[in-house]
Write a new protein. Structure first.
Length: 242
């Protein structure tokens, strides 16, 4: 999404919560994050559109995240993408990784696992670099995949790679170059992802199901709705909810 002009927000790009009862997990990779509270409660923060080397108020938001995180005793942090502006990472040795992540989110309370997906700005760089496990040797908090499932006992999080859905990135890229390795052929990629997400949602037994992605399905904000998600993803969620 376009860069925020003068401030940072804790955001949820695509964040739908609903309850059902019914665990196998299709083809999506799965991670475990046990709840810490005796009552099974869960605490986490969500942030997106942040990788600015501390500028655009990123450092100020990080400070407040640290304070809130200490009060909440966080389990983990979620990133909804656009992790590194303007054009993702140039490679696994890009200093932007440490300058925008490691050296900014320094509070003790934020030294938890970060679960991240890609945004469209990330696709303008070396996409594979952000997904490379070698980054965990630089900062062990970092975990980024295109799509995956996080099981946190009372809740399951379904992370979805939303950028490949957006037609304009392919048809009218406006001078930007996108790294679509791992996504082509696009139609097959999207079809398989939707199938896997639907299967995983239906088979999940978690009380709370939380779907996370970079682009909003519905939004009254500057970018508005994402028509491709309204057409292709929303019907799946509506069926599962009902």
């Amino acid at each position: 999404m376009a860069a925020m002009s003068s401030f940072f927000l804790l955001i949820i790009g695509l964040f739908l919560v609903f309850t059902t009862t019914t665990t196998s997990f299709a083809e999506l990779e799965r991670f475990e994050e046990p709840a810490k509270g005796a009552d099974g409660s869960l605490s986490f923060l969500v942030v997106g559109d942040w990788g600015r080397r501390g500028t655009y108020n990123q450092s100020q938001v990080s400070l407040q995240m640290g304070k809130i995180g200490e009060k909440l005793d966080l389990n983990f942090v979620i990133s909804t993408g656009d992790n590194f502006y303007d054009n993702g990472l140039a490679g696994t040795n890009d200093p932007n990784f440490e300058e925008s992540f490691t050296k900014v989110y320094t509070a003790k309370s934020l030294q938890k696992q970060w679960y991240s997906v890609l945004g469209n700005h990330d696709y303008r760089g070396d996409t594979e670099a952000q997904l490379d496990p070698i980054l965990r040797k630089i900062d062990s908090r970092w975990l980024c995949l295109r799509s995956f499932i996080l099981n946190a006992e009372i809740a399951e999080f379904f992370f979805i790679d939303t950028s490949p859905f957006v037609d304009s990135y392919f048809n009218t890229p406006e001078g930007h170059t996108y790294d679509w390795r791992g996504v082509t052929p696009r139609n097959n990629y999207i079809a398989n992802l939707l199938k896997d997400v639907e299967t995983a949602l239906r088979e999940s037994s978690a009380k709370w199901k939380i779907v996370v992605g970079h682009h909003a399905i519905r939004s009254a904000g500057h970018h508005g709705d994402t028509p491709e998600l309204v057409k292709q993803l929303l019907p799946i969620l509506q069926v599962v909810i009902n």
